[in-house]
Design a protein around this ligand. Structure first.
Ligand code: AMP
Length: 397
């Protein structure tokens, strides 16, 4: 079975083609992408033609399903067939995720036209947070706001789900890994009695960052809230911000609401703090040369990560493993060291040599004797989307 995973941005389309033979890990047949896309239909045609020319599929009929990592839908989450209901749900929240929802709605429509009869599946990034308790997901807003969908939805669900499953395997808890694997089909199945709860804190640190606490593989909260511009500072999007800042700058700096929105989504985050770049590599280089704003950006990022790790450490009553994933989590030992500094009383001790040596690969970086294991687990969101797409198609056949 060949599954195409489509990753859509407002002007970008990236894809991966997986082949599933039996129950093992699928093979990645092809990957690629397009930037500055102004016609998704043409990009999709080009992608399908390229897959045929490369010998990966004989014809479009050889694509047996397409999976989409949709961001958030109004009154809809989970892993579902990407039909008119999904397009309406994406449309209902286009104001909250303007860079992604319209792109996914357009992409799903175009794939439906180009591949008639091929099952399309949407795995919402919010799906992983369906079991977060109200206490961790409600904002203190009027009831009408809540009814309109103003609450913490949580994102990066595919990434944190992969970490939940893989960290359980690394910790020898195959029962929990299996529980996570079938979560979207079966819900949270009961955990074998007599086993201690598995407590993991997953840090997805990249262009977009979030931290999630996992109890027995299930998310108990997220640093991301209503939209993907909350929690930690993002690349050029603001993270947590006091809501009073918006009316204040509108009144005192004379900014329109549209301009405030633009600045919060394009000129804030690591870019706004550093004034250098939205990429932590450039910021690190500038800080090393003595740029004080770049130094502040790194410090704010690490402080915010520690703030959220601390929150989940308390909720989970300690943790068994702290996991770093995504571009920064996988490749930036300095940030990992800053985040793990001076936590020995909480059982977290990083091994400096192992940490420095590990980039872009899976491994353990905790010191011998550290009560909390510290792992790097490379992100594998597309694999999660592909697997869930297969399961969703099988369940609806
Ligand atoms: P992501 O959104 O997961 O692709 O992560 C993007 C961020 O990861 C950027 O801020 C980069 O600085 C960082 N990053 C990605 N690759 C590397 C690398 N090889 N070395 C250092 N940082 C990296």
């Amino acid at each position: 079975m060949n599954i195409l995973v489509a990753n859509l941005g407002s002007t970008s389309f990236k894809f991966r083609l997986f082949r599933f033979d039996g129950a093992g890990t699928p093979s990645l047949l092809a990957k690629g992408g397009y930037e500055r896309v102004d016609d998704f239909g043409r990009a999709i045609d080009d992608c399908l033609a390229g897959l045929q020319a490369g010998g990966h599929v004989r014809s479009a009929a050889d694509v047996h399903g397409v999976g989409f990592k949709t961001v958030l839908g109004k009154n809809l989450t989970g892993c579902v067939r990407a039909d008119a209901r999904v397009i309406a749900a994406l449309d209902g929240f286009k104001e909250v995720a303007p860079a992604h929802n319209p792109a996914y709605a357009a992409g799903i429509r175009r794939f439906g036209e180009k591949l008639p009869g091929v099952p399309l599946v949407a795995l919402f990034e919010t799906a992983f947070y369906q079991w977060v308790p109200d206490a961790a997901s409600r904002y203190a807003v009027p009831e009408a706001w809540f009814q309109a969908g103003v609450r913490r939805h949580g994102f990066h669900g595919a990434s944190h789900k992969f970490v939940a499953e893989r960290s359980a395997e690394l910790l020898g808890r195959d029962d929990i890994a299996g529980r996570v694997r079938k979560l979207y089909q079966a819900g949270p199945s009961p955990v074998a009695s007599g086993k201690p709860p598995l407590r993991v804190i997953s840090c997805h640190l990249g262009g977009s960052s979030s931290i999630t606490g996992l109890r027995d593989g299930i998310a108990i909260g997220s640093s991301l809230g209503l939209s993907p511009q909350s929690g930690l500072p993002q690349n050029n999007r603001v993270g947590d911000l006091d809501s009073a800042a918006v009316p204040y700058v509108m009144k005192t700096l004379g900014l329109s609401l549209a301009e405030v929105e633009r600045q919060m989504t394009r000129e804030s985050g690591l870019l706004g703090l550093s004034g250098v770049s939205n990429d932590l590599r450039d910021i690190g280089a500038a800080a090393a040369q003595g740029n004080p704003r770049a130094r502040v950006a790194l410090d704010v990022f690490a402080h915010s990560a520690r703030h959220w790790i601390g929150a989940f450490l308390l909720e989970l009553n300690g943790c068994d493993a702290l996991v770093f994933t995504a571009g920064i989590g996988e490749n930036n030992p300095d940030l990992r060291a800053a985040i793990c500094a001076d936590l020995d009383q909480l059982g977290v001790q990083i091994d400096p040599a192992k940490n420095d040596a590990l980039r872009g690969a899976e491994g353990e970086i905790s010191a011998i004797g550290s009560r909390v294991k510290i792992f790097v687990i490379p992100a594998n969101e597309e694999l999660v989307v592909a697997r869930e797409t297969v399961r969703c198609i099988a369940a609806s056949n």
